[in-house]
Ligand binder design. Structure first.
Ligand code: KG4
Ligand code: ZN
Length: 353
């Protein structure tokens, strides 16, 4: 039986610090394959579908799935070439099983199952959000739990107390939209292309905070977030100006929105670090590449003697190095491998395995 052979091979690498992992990520609009050896990245291939989805103003799930199918084999071939290794040299296969678009996830999961079965090697399922956090271990070798992590992506916004490589406690979360979702929607009303975050950031350059944007939970002591009121305030402002026939200062609007959203995220993250007495903050997820967010986090953290870690911009958005990194730490910390009945799951909690 596959699982017996896989378990036997897994026992041999369970404590192997330089294990070779091939990881696949296909949860949204990037088909990615990475190969790592211990904490070293041997290959990092990302085939982005952004140009395809731009035409529709956002990711179209069915189109994403089809493009993953077309791209996945090339990504793996490219990764093996870049890493200069053979498929036989891989110790462990890893894949994002959720959260994400179900059809898109299924491509990666089915592919890795077929590969692991054919090679009779172990495989492990990785939580996408835990991957976003874990990429920080690869790029900042000295980073270790415990710390406070701001998770800021297109689908999630939360503050996590990361107690170990496996255990995470959510201490603050959005009550409505994710911050990336707010960036994307605001970008759309400003007539900018998908994905909106980088476009809003670009437009905000040279702008100022001249437009009043509400502060959610102003008088409440909470680590939670709310972005839908902010998003609606921007949309209402645009409609009001259009009805009056007045010109909108788009630079100022982008700046005012970005300024408000980043301040909220930074304030809550610092508050969490102070509340739990932790001197390390980590930023994870696509919105984590936002320059204003990073600058504010650096400035505010310094005031309290807190050290901030974040990945380079291209490691903030979806990639497979992050999946390999979480797989690596999961294995060294007692995680179990998956059997051939492994399934994709569209909704996965940040705290799930
Ligand atoms: O983490 P990610 O790649 O995908 C998810 O797992 O959701 O995040 C994608 C999100 C998009 O909403 C995108 O607009 C946003 O990250 N984003 C940014 C920036 N770069 C990407 N938001 C603000 N500023 C940026 N520079
Ligand atoms: Zn992501």
């Amino acid at each position: 039986m596959y699982i017996d052979v896989a378990r036997e091979k897994f026992e041999q690498i369970r404590n192997k610090e330089d294990m070779v992992i091939l990881a696949i990520e296909s949860s949204c609009d990037e088909t990615a394959c990475a190969i790592t050896k211990g904490k070293e990245v041997l290959a990092n291939i990302v085939a982005s579908q952004i140009d395809i989805h731009k035409r529709y103003g956002g990711v179209v799930p069915e189109i994403a799935s089809r493009n993953h199918i077309m791209a996945i084999q090339n990504c793996v071939d490219e990764a093996l070439k870049q890493a200069k290794i053979q498929i036989e040299d891989i110790d462990l296969f890893a894949v994002t099983y959720g959260a994400g678009l179900l059809g898109a996830l299924l491509v990666g999961v089915s592919y890795i199952k077929a590969l692991a079965y054919a090679m009779q090697k172990p495989m492990i399922a990785v939580n996408h959000i835990k991957g976003h956090i874990a990429v920080n271990y690869i790029v900042n070798k000295e980073l270790k739990p415990p710390y406070i992590c701001l998770i800021a992506s297109g689908g999630h916004t939360a503050i996590a107390k990361v107690d170990s490589y496996m255990d995470i406690e959510i201490v603050g979360t959005t009550q409505d939209d994710a911050c990336g979702e707010a960036f994307d929607k605001v970008a759309r009303v400003l007539g900018l292309e998908y994905p909106g975050g980088p476009q809003v950031q670009q437009l905000a350059k040279g702008g100022k905070a001249s437009i009043d944007i509400p502060i959610p939970y102003k008088d409440i002591d909470t680590l939670d977030f709310s972005f839908s009121g902010i998003k609606t305030a921007v949309i209402n402002y645009v409609h009001k100006m259009e009805q009056r026939g007045e010109e909108i200062n788009k630079k100022d609007l982008a700046y005012s929105f970005q300024d408000r959203v980043t301040s909220i995220m930074v304030n809550n993250t610092i508050k969490a670090a102070r509340k739990y007495g932790l001197k390390t903050i980590v930023i994870a997820g696509g919105v984590g590449s936002n320059e204003m967010l990073r600058q504010k986090m650096d400035i505010q953290s310094k005031k309290f003697g807190i050290k901030v870690y974040y990945p380079p911009v291209k490691m903030c958005t979806d990639n497979a190095v992050m999946i390999a990194s979480q797989a690596y730490h999961s294995v060294l910390n007692g995680a179990e491998i998956s059997d051939i009945d492994l399934d994709a799951s569209a909704t996965v909690k940040i705290t799930d395995k």
